[in-house]
Design a protein. Structure first.
Lengths: 465, 348
């Protein structure tokens, strides 16, 4: 029976990809291990090798097709004695290989309907209400968070020779998550520095360079690995300005993905927003949209203080409108009202926003009008914007993926209780990840993360509905 | 079990064991009368300053931790003699000597020790955390070994800017066992960074002798696997330190990458003020003081060569004592920081 070759998942976060090139034609014989195609994932261009032997009976997806969902049949392999006319029979069969994938949670898109087989836009595009920091009538371009981050670094590097980027695989490999793609080619090895796998050491090297006035961008492949470097971040970068009586500090950006990716389990899945927000002397930024990622990363690079810039692997590939401005910089420490509403306030940040936005849509259908505030910066926290909203709605729910104890949400709840108690009509509820290390199994992982349903229930609870 | 090494400095090898053959090592710099007088004065300032700090600690004017440099003065004074304007210095928590040698004011250091507003960090840093942009002194770090990566970063910045400045990263035999030291060695060698790693081997990491903590007690060879040349130096002889410093600075400035100098030295006092130093004998300390004292060595030489009379040396002693007394008076009379300083210098 003919074998279907399916679009493979080639990274933990890949949901779809571009079939860049076929290296075999219909009628070609292939052996296992032969490279048959090139596929561009959210991270890199990968070669696809044949697993089974046979003859290519039909290429189902044309070279150059974008947005091919994982597990879509891309070709049919004929085995000995089979002819192209057998293909229809094969297609009529249930797609066996697809079965396990149907159970897999779609990270960052937990409530999305099953992937459609129909061609779709390359990436989901989120609509964001206008930001007061963006002049009305500004032309917008659609770009991914990944591209926005790269453009922010490139623009700042063009403007200031003191800015450089260092980290693992940032230069020749073009970035483990392709965030630094093209920077080596434009700026050269002096300013785009591949480091050995040595987080503690290169974080210290970056801080030392910053103490002399250079402006390093230190990329951690993920913030999980920055735990090896946390002493240099906190004891050296965050405290030097104070300990020196203001004589010298560390104008440095530590950036990289934080939080759960997809199926990478306990040691690679945790959110550091609350951890770093505990530390005086740091600013902690965690954008959701591509526009915020760009405007805030540019601000972070210019800021004379040490900045923790927390990204998210799942958001990297998502597209948003970004203002087409020569120098688009956003203020650190300002929240953004993502959606205006009157019945309840949802406060979130980073990927937590995806739950808040979907919950608000469901709640609207149930007649509850939710205001969503995207904090964008965790420290310093724009509490006045939150309190202004609570004054209007009287109800507050926070949403984040991090652990529940001593979370960003509990901090917000405490401060709102202290500063706006009289405006609250219900206890503040905090939705967070569960109080467990991240499990690997798909079903358990889904349970460990917050869900849209939990957010919806929480908002209904504070509205006594 | 391998025999414990209990040899004194004199019987330890001071001859270099170079990885490469381009470093003489073990040599003694020719000191002129002026050089010896300068070294004498600088070392004496550190000695008297530290003695006074110990006294003020006992009187309750200095709080917290206070790690004295007494006994190790030749290391920092000898190294400093080889530097030029722009070269940077960074060290750990036993840092008062380094700051004085860099030219930071005795008043500023002492007032920081007493936590007063005229201290170098406005009283907010304390003994272990002082800095001077003007003197290119980058601290003063309380986390053992952290200064090694930071100092490597200073060298990275020099190479990035294309200047010929050299950074000096001091650390002890204890810090030499921290992982980030080797992470730094690797990057410094890989990128040929102009950094001199100075291991101040005073034989005890707090209360643990070198032989109880280190599988390889020859710290000069700790960079061997990265191809970093390293040399042992008699850290009690300021001329030996200066000679090694000259060669090391030249090595770095000429673009050959990092270099390690292991200074064989000794601290007379405990690790900190609260350390009774029961891990070593009084005889051991006394023997070092009487036979290898860095200041007495210079004093004897000045007298032997007829470069200074007893009276002239007493005059230097008096001047140094005056500086220290003035710093102590200032540090006791200067007001504490204004309470508004609690919330300044956190962010720019």
């Amino acid at each position: 029976m003919p074998v279907e070759i399916l679009m493979p998942a080639l990274s933990p976060t890949m949901e779809e990809g571009t079939l860049s090139k076929w290296l075999k034609n219909e009628g070609d014989k292939v052996s296992s291990g032969d490279v048959i195609a090139e596929i561009e994932t959210d991270k890199a261009t990968m070669e696809v090798e044949a697993v089974d032997e046979g003859t290519i009976g039909k290429l189902l997806i044309a070279a150059g097709t974008e947005g091919v969902k994982v597990n879509t049949p891309i070709a049919v392999l004929l085995q000995d004695g089979e002819a192209a006319s057998d293909i229809d029979t094969a297609k009529a069969e249930a797609p066996k290989a697809e079965a396990p994938k149907a159970e897999a949670p779609k990270q960052g898109d937990p409530e999305a309907p099953a992937a459609s087989a129909a061609p779709v836009a390359a990436q989901p595009r989120a609509d964001v209400p206008s930001d007061p920091a963006i002049p009305a009538g500004t032309e917008m371009v659609t770009m991914t968070v990944r591209e926005a981050l790269r453009d922010a670094m490139a623009e700042e590097m063009r403007a200031n020779d003191d800015v450089f980027v260092m980290g693992e695989e940032v230069a020749e490999y073009q970035g483990a998550y392709k965030i630094t793609q093209g920077l080596l080619q434009e700026f050269g090895a002096r300013r785009v520095v591949d480091t050995p796998i040595t987080e503690h050491g290169f974080a210290g090297v970056g801080v030392g360079a910053a103490m002399t006035g250079l402006r390093p961008i230190v990329e951690f492949m993920t913030f999980n690995f920055a735990m090896q470097a946390i002493d240099q971040i906190i004891n050296s970068a965050a405290k030097t300005l104070y300990m020196s009586g203001g004589q010298m500090g560390a104008p440095i950006v530590f950036r990289g993905p934080s939080g759960a990716a997809a199926r990478v389990a306990a040691q690679h899945s945790q959110c550091y927003a609350a951890w770093y927000s505990h530390i005086p002397g740091l600013k902690v930024v965690m954008p959701y949209t591509a526009a915020d990622a760009k405007g805030l990363l540019k601000a972070a690079i210019r800021d004379p203080n040490p900045i923790i810039f927390l990204e998210n692997e799942i958001l990297y590939g998502q597209s948003f409108d970004v203002p087409k401005l020569d120098d688009f910089v956003l203020p650190i420490g300002k929240a953004r009202i993502h959606r205006a509403g009157k019945d309840a306030t949802l406060v979130s940040f980073g990927i937590g926003m995806t739950y808040a936005i979907k919950a608000a849509a469901e709640l609207e259908a149930q007649g509850i009008d939710v205001e969503i505030i995207d904090l964008r910066t965790i420290r310093p926290m724009d509490l006045p914007t939150v309190i202004e909203s609570v004054k209007k709605t009287g109800r507050l729910v926070t949403v984040e993926e991090g652990y529940p104890q001593s979370s960003v949400g509990t901090e917000i709840a405490t401060r709102v209780m202290q500063q706006a108690f009289d405006y609250l009509d219900a206890p503040v509820l905090t939705i967070a990840g569960k109080d467990v290390p991240m499990p690997y199994a798909a079903n358990l992982e889904k349970l460990a993360l917050p869900s849209v349903a939990e957010v919806v229930e929480a908002v209904k609870a504070v509205c006594y509905k | 079990m391998a025999p414990r090494k209990t040899a004194s400095v004199s019987s330890r090898k001071t001859a270099a064991k170079p990885v490469k053959k381009d470093f003489a090592g073990g040599t003694i710099a020719e000191f002129s009368k002026e050089d010896d007088l300068k070294a004498y004065r600088e070392m004496l300032l550190i000695r008297r300053f530290e003695e006074k700090a110990g006294q003020l600690y006992g009187m309750g004017f200095i709080g917290g931790f206070c790690h004295l440099y007494i006994g190790q003065e030749a290391v920092v004074v000898g190294m400093q003699l080889a530097l030029k304007e722009g070269d940077q210095v960074i060290t750990g928590y036993r840092d008062h000597g380094h700051m004085l040698a860099c030219g930071m004011s005795a008043r500023g250091v002492m007032a920081e020790l007493t936590g007063r507003r005229g201290g170098l960090s406005k009283g907010k840093g304390g003994s272990m955390h002082m800095f001077s942009k003007e003197k290119h002194f980058y601290g003063g770090h309380g986390i053992v070994g952290a200064q090694v990566s930071l100092g490597t970063g200073l060298a990275f910045a020099n190479r990035y800017r294309g200047n010929d400045n050299v950074s000096l990263a001091y650390f002890g035999d204890g810090a030499a066992n921290q992982g980030q030291v080797y992470e730094s060695f690797n990057m410094a060698a890989l990128w040929k960074l102009p950094v001199i790693y100075i291991v101040e081997n005073n034989r005890y990491a707090m209360g643990t002798s070198v032989s109880r903590a280190s599988a390889q007690t020859d710290f000069s060879q700790r960079g061997a696997s990265f191809g970093i040349p390293g040399y042992q130096v008699d850290g009690m002889d300021v001329r030996a330190v200066k000679a090694a410093a000259d060669e090391a600075v030249e090595h770095c400035r000429s673009g050959k990458g990092p270099i390690i100098l292991e200074m064989l030295t000794y601290r007379y006092r405990g690790h900190s003020m609260s350390d009774p130093a029961k891990y070593r004998s009084k005889d051991e300390v006394q023997k070092m003081r009487s036979e290898h004292d860095p200041i007495e060595q210079v004093k004897a030489r000045l007298m032997d060569k007829g470069w200074a009379t007893e009276d002239e040396l007493k005059q230097i002693d008096k001047e140094v004592r005056d500086i220290v007394a003035d710093s102590a008076d200032f540090a006791q009379s200067d007001p504490e920081p204004d309470v508004s300083e609690l919330y300044t210098d956190i962010l720019l």
